[in-house]
Design a protein around this ligand. Structure first.
Ligand code: 4AD
Ligand code: MG
Length: 430
């Protein structure tokens, strides 16, 4: 019976067939230790000459890394094995050989590995990260689907900017039109929320970020909920519940993967409600106290975010940034128009902003004024202004970057390992 390594515990004491690849081989005289991977996990097969006979044993002598093999044997519990089980091999079929696999157990540089990303994802750490990513994405979907949010997709080709004109990717759209790859589905999400109440969009988004930081990709996945009749507080409540849920799911379902990644999970266990909520002004006071220069009016840089997050054992919500550094669609605080009713959620341990959002500007005249101030082409936003013309209501939402969250949960140093094929300033291959 073909078994998947992930579910091998179910087959204790039985004979199974595992279809996969040879990850590693050690030999000691009359025994080969074959680490086999099948995509669902890794397991050690113990092959003795006695059990398989001379011919098969000899064939295994020369088996090279990543050769495709089918192994048959008996599943035996072994407390010392990483997954708790081993296979006593009774049969081996070589499906195809792999010659000179370029990624060996020795240390390779990151550029070398990134050039071979299509193979690197077979390695145990990368494999673990991608499985955590899968869990995060499913947790996000389950969270919204079980709370009455409707998935409504937003377009990737768009006629105008959502998040500032400096990070747009233009695309030739037939002969004489320029389209831009979406930076965020938010504006369409707002229209969807006016039609469907509570909605979310989940897809790839694009930013022509010229910065070479460990937190920026040019193509990343974002989940964006939007709610009609919602305030900034409602937005913060939802963001907090989502983060607690997603981290909880990873801890619950992906312990093994986090162990492979040597993640200190005690730092994730503390991610519980309530999250501290501080204003931009209060954040400034904290920075000053820590001796970090802070001048009212600017956005926080990565070092500022790291310094702020060090103060807390869980994510922190920072709200009411100066309107001038935020997007045109943010609602000014009626009590203090120089600040916007926006919020960023900063992850602990220096992982920086994982969520950005807030309450939207619902007033038609002010929105028109903001579009002008930001030098945006009003004709491209007429449809968006219609939302303020025909039954405008207070509403809000946010965007959460999947790779930022995966990177934090996995404890990665760089976002590039949180997505199968990262796109960055200097990388589009493979
Ligand atoms: O803060 P941002 O720019 O917010 C928006 O785009 C809003 N329109 C979302 C909304 O309210 N519906 O981006 C949201 C999140 C960030 O907090 C971050 O997690 C992620 O998207 N993000 C990036 N992730 C990877 N690489 C980049 N270049 C990113 N830019 C933003
Ligand atoms: Mg932001």
């Amino acid at each position: 019976m073909t078994a998947h390594i992930e579910e091998i515990a179910r087959h204790e004491g039985q004979q199974v067939t595992v279809k996969g690849w040879l990850h590693n081989r050690r030999s000691s005289g009359k025994i080969h230790f074959l680490t086999v991977r099948d995509g669902s996990g890794f397991i050690q097969g113990v092959m003795s000459k006695q059990a398989v006979g001379d011919d098969v044993f000899k064939q295994a002598d020369h088996l090279s890394q990543e050769s495709a093999i089918i192994v048959t044997g008996n599943v035996r519990a072994d407390a010392r094995a990483p997954g708790g089980f081993e296979i006593d091999v009774t049969g081996l079929e070589v499906v195809s050989e792999s010659k000179d696999y370029p990624i060996t157990p020795k240390e390779h540089g990151v550029d070398y590995l990134m050039d071979r990303r299509h193979l690197w994802i077979r390695a145990p750490r990368q494999h673990a990260v991608l499985r955590v990513r899968h869990e995060v994405i499913n947790a996000v979907r389950d969270f919204f689907n079980s709370r009455g949010f409707i998935l409504a997709d937003t377009p990737i080709f768009t006629p105008a900017a959502c998040e500032g004109t400096t990070t747009l990717f233009p695309v030739q759209y037939f002969e004489d039109t320029t389209a831009y790859l979406t930076q965020s589905g938010q504006l369409y999400n707002e229209a969807n929320a006016m039609a469907l109440g509570r909605v979310y969009a989940f897809g790839p988004t694009f930013r022509a970020e010229k910065s070479k930081t460990r937190r920026h990709l040019t193509e990343f996945w974002m989940v964006e909920p939007e709610m009609a009749y919602a305030s900034l507080d409602d937005v913060m409540d939802l963001a907090e519940q989502l983060v607690v849920y997603v981290v909880g799911r990873a801890l619950d379902k992906r312990r093994n993967e986090l162990k492979i990644l040597e993640r200190d999970t005690s730092r994730l266990e503390t991610v519980q409600s309530p999250f501290p909520r501080i204003s931009y002004d209060e954040a400034g006071v904290i920075l000053n106290k820590k001796g970090i220069p802070f001048k009212w009016g600017g956005d926080f840089g990565a070092p500022d975010e790291t310094a702020l997050s060090e103060e807390f054992d869980r994510p922190v919500a920072v709200h009411r940034y100066p309107s001038a550094v935020k997007a045109f669609y943010m609602k000014p605080d009626p009590e203090r128009p120089e600040v916007a009713l926006g919020v960023d959620i900063l992850a602990p341990e220096g992982y920086g902003e994982i969520i950005g959002g807030g309450e939207r500007l619902a007033d038609l005249d002010l929105l028109v004024q903001r579009i002008k101030e930001h030098d945006l082409p009003q004709e491209a936003f007429e449809w968006y202004l219609d939302l303020r013309r025909y039954g405008s209501v207070p509403h809000g939402g946010f965007g959460m970057g999947i790779e930022r969250v995966v990177s934090w949960i996995c404890g990665l140093e760089h976002l590039r390992e949180a997505i199968p094929y990262p796109r960055m300033l200097y990388r589009m291959y493979p």
